[in-house]
Each structure stands twice: as structure tokens, then as C-alpha cells.
Ligand binder design. Structure first.
Ligand code: GCO
Ligand code: MN
Ligand code: MN
Length: 400
């Protein structure tokens, strides 16, 4: 990389390996091809991506099998690519914490992979995934992502959602058993997306995925990989999805990016849209001391050449650290603290025997039923949230 330090300053917001920022090879490696236009950037080798990201301060890279080894590679090509890639990893100290399977690009998956109506396709998808799991484990991955981009329908006439879900469950059960049988240290993270490329994808949100996980043979091995853009496509609050996963101990991975509401998946630079949403997300992860990878699943504007791609990558990580700093400012702000302290008190002082962690017992139920509430008084008092939100906004806008 020939960029100067003024372009990528090494100040307190600069990404460092201990921040655990990771990138999909497919993200910075995106060549800008879209349904309307050809590639605008040259493909980059995985080894080059590793070296460039390492210089920017990233911790590691993640990959689909085909990001590293082309679908039709010969054994010799495979060995050469792997050797180069591993060389770049050991030279830079970069890690591969997550791997996944491409079950969407090849024509064979035009009707789905694990959920296809064709048993041959389902078998092939399992084979491809087992081989890709082997590769991921060889590279050190401990998380394995499943994003079922083709697991859905354009027409409901072809299969029922129950069939789709049953087949997806059979595949997950098969593969968790494969991992156990091989004594791999690997957890699965399921990534939801409501539509695209399929018209409607099964298990369309993180909430659907969470409910599904508890129907599996080894739910303890399976969590979720929520993506900002995917939860915002159907207009949902991303941090609520992440919060539910955190609360359930199921946040195994995360895909950070940016998205305008009501659009197809945009995979924009993290915090380039909806900075307030991004702030609450960072606050959620940092306040929970979540120890997972801060992974980016996004790509640079099609307008950019290679330099623009590195600008985009550095900026994504930098914005995360800037928001982390804003979170510290939020917690240190005396007026915000005062409002939160008052709220805390209001929420923890028991009323009629009911406080935090309330549990049913018959005596309590009897007193509670008999208690004379002044609902008028309870409802009359405001909560100060206009002020709280404005103070938060001012922290974000940099005037506090
Ligand atoms: C998307 C998806 C994908 C997956 C990735 C991992 O942008 O629609 O997020 O990028 O995350 O393929 O399987
Ligand atoms: Mn996406
Ligand atoms: Mn994703």
C-alpha cells in the first residue's frame, strides 16, 4: 500500500488488531459488478487482501470456499493458492476466525441448496459444505456462517415453507453431527435475509432464526449472524434483533454495514447511513462487552478504484472506533447520567411488592390484586425522553 499516513492517520480512532475487526475476502475483493454493469476493478488475490488489511489495522479475514479456491480449480491450483494465502497469514499474523460456503453462485443452486426440490442438489450442497468446513477448520476458523441466499422461492406453488424449513433442519442436524464426529471446535451462525436473491427467503429475520435454532438436535452449537442491512430491509430496528440474540447467548457473529430503509440489500460502508442506529448498535455491543469479531460485510461504491476500496475499509473501522468513543461520552455525560439515574430509581423501587425479578407466589398475587393503585398519578408523570434523546443527539453531533 502506498498511501501516506495522513490518509490513514494512526490516531486514537485508528483500527488496531486488538479491536478485532475482520473482513470477508468478498467485501474488499468486490469488483463492482452489478446486474446492470460489468466489473470496474481488477480481482485481487487473497494474499494481497490479507497484506493490505493488515496494514490498515484489521485482525483477520473471513471467506467463502470459492473466495479462496475457484469452483473448478485443479488440485495443483488449490495447493498453490492455499500456500500463498497461508504465507500471507503467517507473515502478517492475520487470522481467519470465520468461514462459510458459497451455496448461491453456481447454476446448480438456482432452486436452492439445502432446501432444493432436487435431492441431488441437496446432497451436493452437503458435500460442498463439509469440504468447506474442513478448509475453514484447517485455516483456524471457529465460527461457520450459513447464509441461505437461495433457500427460498419465487413462487409458493413449488414447495411449502414447512418443506423448506424441514430440509434446512435436516441439513443443520447433519452438519452439526459432522462437526461433532470430527471433533472440530466450530460453532454455526445462521444469517437471515428477507429476500434477494430469492423472492422470499425462508427464515427471513434473526427472530425467525432464533426460534428455529431451538428445534435443532444441537441447539447449543448454533447461534445467529445478524446483518445490519438485512434487518433494515424489512424496516426492523437492528439493535433489537442483536439485543435479543445477546440476551439469549446466541450472538455468535455479526455483519456490520449500512443500508437505507426500504431498499434491496446495499451493503454500504458501516455508519455511512443511519448514524444514530449505528451508535446504538455499537453501544449495545460495547456495553455488553461482547467478545465476538467486529466483522464487516460491505463493499465500496462502484465509483471507486482500488484506493477507494482501502479508504472505505479504513473508514468503516475508524467509524466504529469513533462511535465507541461517543458511547464513552454518553456514559460520562452528567446530564445523561442524571436522567438515567432517576429512571433506574423509578424502575427498581418495589411497588406493592413488585420489583425487578418479580416471581409469582399466591400471597403476592393476592396482595397485588387488592392493592389500590392511583393510575392517574402513575400516568401523569413524564419520562424526560425528549431531553435524553436530544442530549444523545448532541453527543453524536459532537457538541457535548
Ligand atoms: C448478502 C449476504 C452475504 C453473506 C455472505 C456470507 O450481502 O446478502 O450478507 O454477503 O453474508 O455471503 O455467507
Ligand atoms: Mn447484505
Ligand atoms: Mn452478510
Amino acid at each position: 500500500m502506498s498511501q501516506s499516513n495522513t490518509r490513514y492517520p494512526k490516531d486514537r480512532f485508528a483500527p488496531r488488531p486488538e479491536d478485532h475487526f475482520t473482513w470477508g475476502l468478498w467485501t474488499v475483493g468486490n469488483t463492482g459488478r452489478d446486474p446492470f454493469g460489468l466489473a470496474v476493478r481488477e480481482p485481487m488475490s487473497a494474499a494481497k487482501i490479507v497484506r493490505e488489511l493488515s496494514q490498515l489495522g484489521a485482525y483477520g479475514v473471513n471467506l467463502h470456499d470459492e473466495d479462496l479456491i475457484p469452483f473448478d480449480a485443479t488440485a495443483g491450483e488449490r495447493d498453490r493458492i492455499l500456500r500463498e494465502f497461508k504465507g500471507a497469514l503467517s507473515e502478517t499474523g492475520m487470522k481467519v476466525p470465520m468461514a462459510t460456503t458459497n451455496l448461491f453462485s453456481q447454476p446448480v443452486f438456482r432452486e436452492g441448496a439445502f432446501t432444493s426440490n432436487d435431492a441431488g442438489v441437496r446432497a451436493f450442497a452437503l458435500q460442498k459444505t463439509m469440504r468447506s468446513i474442513d478448509l475453514g477448520v484447517e485455516l483456524g476458523a471457529t465460527t461457520y456462517v450459513f447464509w441461505g441466499g437461495r433457500e427460498g422461492v419465487e413462487t409458493n406453488a413449488c414447495k411449502t415453507p414447512q418443506d423448506g424449513i424441514k430440509r434446512f433442519r435436516e441439513a443443520m442436524n447433519f452438519l452439526t453431527s459432522y462437526v461433532r464426529d470430527n471433533k472440530y471446535n466450530l460453532k454455526f451462525a445462521l444469517e437471515a435475509k428477507p429476500n434477494e436473491p430469492r423472492g422470499d427467503i425462508f427464515l427471513p429475520t434473526t427472530g425467525h432464526m432464533l426460534a428455529f435454532i431451538y428445534t435443532l438436535e444441537h441447539p447449543e452449537m448454533v447461534g445467529v449472524n445478524p446483518e445490519v442491512a438485512h434487518e433494515q430491509m424489512p424496516g426492523l430496528d437492528f439493535s433489537h434483533a442483536v439485543g435479543q440474540a445477546l440476551e439469549a447467548g446466541k450472538l455468535f457473529h455479526i455483519d456490520l454495514n449500512g443500508q437505507k430503509p426500504g431498499r434491496y440489500d446495499q451493503d454500504l460502508r458501516f455508519a455511512s447511513e443511519d448514524q444514530k442506529g449505528a451508535f446504538f448498535l455499537v453501544k449495545l455491543l460495547e456495553d455488553a462487552r461482547w467478545d465476538g469479531m467486529r466483522h464487516f460485510d460491505s463493499h465500496a461504491y462502484r465509483t471507486e478504484d482500488e484506493r477507494g476500496v482501502w479508504d472505505f475499509a479504513y473508514a468503516s473501522m475508524r467509524s466504529y472506533n469513533i462511535l465507541k468513543d461517543k458511547v464513552a461520552k454518553f456514559h460520562a455525560d452528567p446530564e445523561i447520567r442524571e436522567i438515567l439515574r432517576a429512571l433506574e430509581q423509578r424502575g427498581t423501587t418495589p411497588v406493592a411488592g413488585v420489583g425487578p425479578g418479580v416471581k409469582y407466589d399466591r400471597a403476592l398475587a393476592t396482595t397485588l390484586k387488592a392493592h389500590a393503585f392511583d393510575a392517574g398519578k402513575l400516568g401523569a408523570r413524564g419520562y424526560d425522553y425528549e431531553r435524553l434523546d436530544q442530549l444523545t443527539t448532541e453527543v453524536l453531533l459532537g457538541v457535548r
